[in-house]
Write a new protein. Structure first.
Length: 184
C-alpha cells in the first residue's frame, strides 16, 4: 500500500506523527508533505524538527514543489490522509485551490476518485468551516474530527491518539491493532 500523508497547521500534530509511526510499523509506503505551519506545530507540540519528522516517511516533499510525484494523477497511490487539517487547508481543498503541494495532492486525490481523509482540528466551528467540510463530505471526502470516543476507557494520551489513528486506518482499509473495538 502507498499513501500520501500531509500535516498542516491545525493543533494536534501528535495525530500526524503517530499516523506516520503506525504506517511505518505496518510497512506502508508513505509520501509526506508538511505545510509551513504544520512544521511549526510539530516542533511546538511534539518537540520534533522537520528532519526527524521526514525520517518517519518513505519519501517527503517540500510544500512548494508542485512538480512532486504526488502532484500528478498518474502517480498511483491508495489515498491521502491530512492529519491535522487546518481550516485554511479545508477551505483551499473545498474551493479547488491548489497553490501548494498539500492542496494539489488533495485535488489530485479527489479527481482520481481515491480516498481522502481529513482530520480537521478547530473549535468552535464557524458556519464557513461547516460549509467547507459539508462540501467535501458531499464529494466523498471522509471528515474525521479529532474527537475520540471514551468507551475504550483510554488511560493515557497515547491511548486517545491510537483511537483516532486506528479509526483513520480503518477508513483507508488498513488492518491494525491500535485500539480495542466495541464488543471485544
Amino acid at each position: 500500500m502507498r499513501l500520501t500523508v500531509a500535516i498542516t497547521g491545525g493543533s494536534c500534530a501528535i495525530y500526524g506523527v503517530a499516523l506516520l509511526k503506525a504506517l511505518e510499523q505496518l510497512g506502508v509506503e508513505t509520501h509526506l508533505v508538511v505545510s509551513r505551519m504544520g512544521e511549526y506545530v510539530v516542533e511546538h507540540e511534539c518537540n520534533m524538527n522537520l528532519e526527524e519528522l521526514r525520517s518517519l516517511a518513505s519519501y517527503s516533499y517540500d510544500n512548494n514543489d508542485l512538480a512532486a510525484a504526488i502532484a500528478s494523477g498518474s502517480f498511483k497511490n491508495d489515498g491521502m490522509i491530512i492529519a491535522p487539517c487546518s481550516m485554511n487547508t479545508v477551505a483551499a481543498i473545498a474551493n479547488g485551490i491548489s497553490s501548494n503541494l498539500v492542496g494539489r495532492a488533495a485535488d489530485v486525490t479527489i479527481k482520481e476518485g481515491r480516498k481522502l481523509i481529513i482530520l480537521p482540528r478547530e473549535t468552535p466551528l464557524s458556519v464557513i468551516h461547516l460549509e467547507n467540510m459539508l462540501k467535501l463530505a458531499k464529494i466523498g471526502v471522509k471528515v474525521m474530527p479529532a474527537s475520540p470516543g471514551f468507551y475504550h476507557q483510554p488511560q493515557t494520551i497515547g491511548d486517545i491518539v491510537n483511537i483516532i489513528v486506528g479509526r483513520m486506518l480503518d477508513q483507508i482499509g488498513i488492518e491494525h491493532n491500535l485500539m480495542k473495538r466495541w464488543g471485544e
